[in-house]
Design a protein around this ligand. Structure first.
Ligand SMILES: Cc1cc2nc3c(=O)[nH]c(=O)nc-3n(C[C@H](O)[C@H](O)[C@H](O)COP(=O)(O)OP(=O)(O)OC[C@H]3O[C@@H](n4cnc5c(N)ncnc54)[C@H](O)[C@@H]3O)c2cc1C
Length: 398
């Protein structure tokens, strides 16, 4: 086989899952095009955890030394009450199940940029563009882009996140797979005026939280606000200005540093907001189109596993395409291998809400009792869910 004659693949989305898949497919001899709606690689987002099999994937990509330079070394999580008084302090691994010294926590932007930087030069990137229509026949997928341009590919992969357009155009037009989890959030970068370093700080009252996250750059931090509601006001979350108004009104009158965070939100240029949902989809592919990462099985940030599932899913899909006799067989084995892993991680949602995103004073009190126990277990081997997949190995097939 000559280089690049395994087929033409269009990937929609250039955040985590998209570039990871492009990296592997390019290496395996596919001709890869990535289309991204934003005008360039999107900055922002707090750190993404790489655990267990996701660490094995980045090891096989050869990017661990680079990622280590951006590792956010969070040594403690401090919980505050409504007045800003510390209610308890724990090591983050006691909550996340991560393993000290093995797992990495890397800013989303750094992970994306590292994967993009490690990519072969042959991958084509088209920014400011998105898929408008996909027509499939026995041999190809014919794509019309938002600009009106048309192109033909062998396969189309949606790596375009929780609100995936690729998914809407094919498998789930009515977005029935999106399951709302009761919270709306906004995240943004701030100058580190609070001097949080190697630490996350979480202010909680029932159904509301304001969180500060350390980054790997001491001059910057990430901030996050969330509130519980059964009826997400999506009509007030259409643009940055409306989101700022919504959160300012929802968080008006609270103490601690909430007023300063609201001011900083208005000065930030990388707001990231939505209702919190997970994706529950019966099939991850239809014909020549398949989904990867959040588009297929976004587990919500409550699990802290979105980044790991995206990296692992991209690898499994690429290896299945490499080794299978047809794309249909590859998509089927990809789903068979990944689905139990996804379901195990999805089961982390509810315990995480009760502990990190308490909705009632009773949940806050229970959480504070637990964190004030003299010894709270710190994982040595990690959460079972984090490691509940056996990775295929591309080295047997190249
Ligand atoms: C700017 C940003 C900030 C984030 N911040 C956080 C955070 O703070 N905490 C957290 O837990 N998770 C965050 N995430 C989500 C996190 O990256 C994912 O949960 C996880 O890493 C899986 O990544 P993914 O590549 O599957 O999806 P995503 O990271 O959501 O990436 C989807 C990509 O597809 C692009 N896209 C969307 N629609 C189209 C379209 N129609 N055509 C072309 N491209 C499209 C998006 O611009 C994006 O680049 C953030 C994502 C982004 C894009």
């Amino acid at each position: 086989m000559t280089p690049k004659d395994r087929g033409r693949v269009l990937i929609s989305g250039a955040s985590i899952a998209g570039p990871a898949l492009a990296f592997w497919l390019d290496r395996f001899g596919y001709q890869v095009t990535v289309v991204e709606r934003a005008s360039g690689p999107r900055k922002g987002g707090y750190a993404v955890d790489l655990r267990g099999p996701a660490m094995e994937v980045v090891l096989r990509m050869g990017i661990v030394p680079h990622l280590k330079q951006s590792h956010v070394n969070v040594e403690k999580v401090t919980f505050l009450d409504r007045y800003g008084t510390a209610a308890g302090v724990i090591r983050p691994q006691a909550v996340s199940g991560g393993v000290v010294g093995r797992d990495l926590e890397v800013p989303r932007t750094a992970l994306m940029e590292t994967v993009l930087g490690a990519m072969g030069a042959g991958v084509e990137f088209i920014y400011n563009e998105s898929i408008a229509a996909i027509e499939q026949d026995a041999d190809s997928a014919h794509v019309t882009f938002a600009s009106g341009a048309t192109r033909t590919f062998d396969l189309v992969i949606g790596a375009d996140g929780v609100n995936s357009t690729t998914r809407k155009l094919t498998i789930d037009p009515a977005a029935e797979c999106l399951k709302y989890l009761g919270y709306c959030y906004v995240g943004f970068s701030i100058p580190n005026v609070f001097d949080v370093w190697n630490e996350n700080v979480s202010w909680n009252i029932p159904g509301k939280a304001a969180v500060l996250f350390s980054t790997s750059d001491r001059s910057l931090a990430n901030a996050f606000l969330e509130f519980h509601t059964d009826n997400p006001p999506y009509d007030r979350m259409r643009n940055d200005r409306d989101v700022c108004t919504l959160f300012r009104q929802t968080f008006a009158g609270y103490g601690w540093e909430v007023p300063r965070l609201l001011d900083l939100m208005e000065q930030a240029s990388d707001l990231f907001y939505d209702g919190t949902t997970y994706v529950d989809l019966q099939n991850w592919s239809q014909g020549r189109v398949a989904l990867v990462g959040d588009a297929a099985y976004g587990p919500s940030f409550f699990t802290g596993q979105g980044g790991s599932l995206a990296m692992v899913g991209a690898y499994v899909l690429a290896v299945e395409l490499l080794k299978s006799v047809s794309h249909a067989a590859a998509f089927a084995s990809y789903e068979q291998t990944m689905r139990p892993f996804v379901l195990a991680n999805r089961a982390l949602i509810e315990p995480s809400i009760a502990f990190l995103h308490p909705r009632t004073q009773a949940e806050i009190d229970h959480r504070n009792d637990e964190i004030n126990q003299p010894v709270i277990a710190v994982g040595e081997v990690g959460q079972e869910a984090h490691v509940s997949i056996e990775l295929p190995d591309h080295r047997y097939y190249v």
